[in-house]
Design a protein around this ligand. Structure first.
Ligand code: ATP
Length: 255
């Protein structure tokens, strides 16, 4: 469905979600626009992964709403979410290690029209020459960094409108982290939006347009990535939250 130019691509409102009786997200508001890179930061256990899971339909939306491209997605399930144009690359570069690189991509392309699959696989591989050269090798023969690239390529096969990456840097050397984040910035030029969960705050901020910080299932800071002294503001947001219990979202655009 077409949306107006200034409407967010992803619009999360008052989202509550968790695991059975364990409520983790307590009313999260977050937006991502087309072609925007948004970093989602926060301490361990803040609920970042849970938020990605709820957006991608892997967890129920207990309250609030998830709109994507002007369409309500909450509780429609992971398959519908993927069809709508969201690709979720989960943490830990989970690939099929006994399958070849090409077959891993073919599996990701399973519900695309048969005639388009080969070209989509080539397109996804074109982002990562390192693994394109290994297309007939098994996933198990790839390095950790190459497995992460394959996991991202699996998401790209579907030409998503929103790519959600959960800690793509985990276990990677700094050089490989830069390689993967370099692809993220180039994706922005194609109009693809990216929601990036990262522990490497500096690297995430360096590629992002906007930043959210989550603590104990609530947004405690939303700010442009260019905000002066952002690192200090993030620290204060985490700390203030812990000290004072639940705090409302802190908006800190540059003056
Ligand atoms: P990290 O950076 O450590 O991955 P996070 O911000 O992504 O942290 P989540 O993984 O979303 O945090 O976890 C939020 C809370 O949900 C934590 O208290 C965690 O223990 C709990 N949790 C996560 N996964 C599950 C699960 N499968 N079942 C029950 N509780 C879970």
């Amino acid at each position: 469905m077409p949306i107006s130019a200034d409407a967010p691509l992803l619009d999360v409102n008052g989202l509550a979600s968790g695991y059975g009786k364990l409520r983790v997200l307590h009313g999260v508001d977050l937006t991502v626009r087309s072609g925007e890179i948004v970093a989602l930061l926060g301490p361990n256990g803040a609920g970042k992964t849970t938020l990605l899971r709820a957006v991608s339909g892997l967890l129920p939306c207990d309250a609030g709403s998830v709109q994507f491209g002007g369409r309500a997605l909450g509780n429609t399930g992971a398959r519908e979410t993927a069809r709508a144009g969201i690709a979720h690359v989960i943490e830990g570069h989970r690939i099929f290690t006994q399958q070849t690189v090409a077959d891993n991509l073919l599996l990701a392309a399973y519900d695309l029209p048969r005639g388009e699959r080969a070209s989509r696989i080539e397109e996804a591989l074109s982002w990562f020459p390192e693994i394109a050269a290994k297309r007939h090798d098994r996933g198990s023969s790839l390095s950790g960094g190459q497995q992460q690239m394959l996991a991202v390529a699996q998401g790209l096969v579907r030409r998503p409108r929103l790519l959600m990456l959960d800690e793509p840097s985990a276990g990677l050397s700094p050089v490989l982290v830069d390689r993967v984040l370099g692809v993220v910035t180039r994706l922005r030029d194609t109009g693809t939006a990216v929601l990036l969960v990262e522990q490497l705050i500096e690297k995430a901020v360096a590629v992002a347009d906007r930043v959210y910080a989550l603590a104990q299932g609530l947004v405690v800071l939303e700010a442009p990535a260019s905000t002066p002294d952002l690192a200090h503001q993030l620290e204060r947001a985490y700390f203030g939250h812990r000290e004072g219990g639940r705090t409302p979202a802190v908006l800190a655009p540059p003056t």
